[in-house]
Design a protein around this ligand. Structure first.
Ligand SMILES: C[S@@+](CC[C@H](N)C(=O)[O-])C[C@H]1O[C@@H](n2cnc3c(N)ncnc32)[C@H](O)[C@@H]1O
Length: 246
C-alpha cells in the first residue's frame, strides 16, 4: 500500500502546490490560530508535501519528512532553508525527544492503523512539547459516505478517519491537555480535486454518482450539492483540529 501512496504523490508533486485541495487562506489562518506557536519551536512536519502549510505557519526552524521523493524535491525548491528527508512516518530517523512541535496535515488518513505513525510523532516530541494533527475527518457513523469517494482517485485509500478515532490516538499515548475542534471548509471542489490531472472522465463520473447516491441527511448536513450539468461539486468538508502536550 505504501508503494501506491508514494506513486500517487510522486505523480502529482509538481502540481500539488496549486491543487492542495484544502488550500484557503482563511482555513490556513484558522490552523495557525489553533496551532498557537511562538515561531521559535524546533518543528517537524510529518508528511510535509510541498510545504503548503508552512507558507502560513511562520516557523523559524522547520524539518520535514515525506515518503514521496518528488514531494521533497518540490518542497526543497520552494523552501530551500528547510531540513528535508525522504522517509516513512512509521520509522522517523530522529532521536527521542528531538522536537518542540510535531505536526501533520492529512497524513494519518493514509494508514489502515495510524497508531504506529502517531507513536513515532510522540516519540520524537520533547517532554512538554506540542503535537498537532489537522485531518479531514467525519463522525464515526459517517465514514462509509466518504470512503468510496476518496477511493476513486486513490483506490488503496483506507477507511476515512473519524474524529473519535483521532482523539483515541492522542489518548492512548497519554498526550495531556487534549483540545479537539471540528472545523468546516465550504468549497466548490470539482475544479480542485476531482478535475486534477490525475482524475479521468470516468473517475469524475464515479465521484458524481457516489455524491448523488449519498443519504439525504448526510447531503444536507454537509451542504453537498452536485450541479447539473455536473461541472462542480460543492460541500462543507470537515476536519479535526486536535492538539495536546507530551
Ligand atoms: C494529502 S498530502 C498532505 C501534504 C501536506 N501535509 C499538506 O497538507 O499540504 C499527504 C502527504 O503525506 C505523505 N505520506 C503518506 N504516507 C506517508 C508515510 N507513510 N510516511 C511519510 N509521508 C507519507 C504523502 O506523500 C503526501 O505528501
Amino acid at each position: 500500500m505504501k508503494d501506491k501512496v508514494r506513486d500517487t504523490y510522486d505523480k502529482i508533486a509538481g502540481c500539488w502546490k496549486s491543487k492542495v485541495w484544502v488550500q484557503s487562506s482563511d482555513f490556513n489562518a484558522r490552523i495557525v490560530k489553533f496551532a498557537d506557536t511562538s515561531g521559535n519551536e524546533k518543528s517537524l512536519d510529518v508528511g510535509i508535501g510541498s510545504g503548503d502549510l508552512e507558507t502560513s505557519l511562520s516557523l523559524a526552524d522547520v524539518t520535514g519528512i515525506d515518503l514521496s521523493s518528488k514531494m521533497i524535491e518540490e518542497c526543497r525548491r520552494l523552501h530551500p532553508h528547510f531540513k528535508l528527508y525522504v522517509c516513512d512516518a512509521e520509522a522517523l530517523p530522529f532521536d527521542n525527544e528531538s522536537f518542540d512541535f510535531v505536526y501533520c496535515r492529512n497524513l494519518l488518513q493514509h494508514f489502515e492503523d495510524p497508531s504506529k505513525a502517531f507513536a513515532e510523532m510522540y516519540r520524537v516530541t520533547k517532554r512538554g512539547g506540542k503535537i498537532l494533527a489537522i485531518e479531514s475527518a467525519v463522525y464515526k457513523n459517517e465514514t462509509f459516505c466518504v470512503t468510496p469517494i476518496v477511493r476513486v482517485t486513490e483506490p488503496h485509500h483506507p477507511e476515512f478517519p473519524s474524529h473519535e478515532m483521532l482523539r483515541v490516538l492522542f489518548e492512548r499515548c497519554n498526550v495531556g491537555h487534549i483540545e479537539q475542534r471540528v472545523e468546516g471548509l465550504h468549497k466548490k471542489w470539482l475544479n480542485g480535486w476531482c478535475k486534477s490531472k490525475a482524475a479521468s472522465e470516468e473517475q469524475r463520473k464515479q465521484v458524481i454518482d457516489i455524491c448523488r447516491s449519498l443519504p439525504k441527511g448526510y447531503r444536507k448536513k454537509y451542504n453537498l450539492a452536485v450541479y447539473d450539468p455536473p461541472s462542480e461539486i460543492e460541500s462543507t468538508l470537515t476536519f479535526s483540529f486536535i492538539k495536546g502536550y507530551k
